[in-house]
Design a protein around this ligand. Sequence first.
Ligand SMILES: Cc1cc2nc3c(=O)[nH]c(=O)nc-3n(C[C@H](O)[C@H](O)[C@H](O)COP(=O)(O)O)c2cc1C
Length: 189
Amino acid sequence: MEFFDLVKKRRSVRKYKVQPVDKEDILKILEAANWAPSAMNWQPWEFIVVSGELLKPLANSFKAVVEKIMYESETFDDEFVKFAAHYGGAPVVIVVLTGASEKSNVRKANLESTSAAMENLVLAATNLGLGTCWMTGPLHDENNLRSILDISPDKEIVAVTPLGYPDEVPEPRPRLDADLKQKVRWLGY
Ligand SMILES: Cc1cc2nc3c(=O)[nH]c(=O)nc-3n(C[C@H](O)[C@H](O)[C@H](O)COP(=O)(O)O)c2cc1C
């Protein structure tokens, strides 16, 4: 797909078909992620690809997070709870990690580099007709996630995304300042 079309076609997908995703396609997507630029060329990202039985405790954890947030904010969104309860029915969930650091500059570099990898991941998935939803919400239950997935303290969890064939075509979310009149300052033009 043409690059600019691809960028605009990517949506956060919250409803998936049961159709499995070929391991080769997952590898292609992760290879694209692995080609991201990184500070000091540390390439500090790692991926945990989850499918099968482990999806249940993962989704239970996310559902509890969503219910707690909704309870606290006194809002209720049935559709969102349904999404959380099964990660939208996605057959795969990818958890993206980076190296943890107490040094703020190293932590920032690792988070930025791994976010670049994450963006490559979601775009590559779109290019293969697959859906993703970049999420940090599940990290509200981080300790539980760490224990379910056996993530060591020297790793920081950056994001989680379901991966699968979309069972919905979400409307594009309008862009703030779409004509970039306020977000861009042109100097020397
Ligand atoms: C850092 C980050 C964290 C996000 N966390 C969540 C999340 O916890 N739950 C969720 O449903 N979507 C999450 N999203 C997706 C955004 O809601 C979504 O990107 C935004 O509404 C724009 O929609 P679009 O991705 O379809 O363009 C997150 C996106 C980013 C980049």
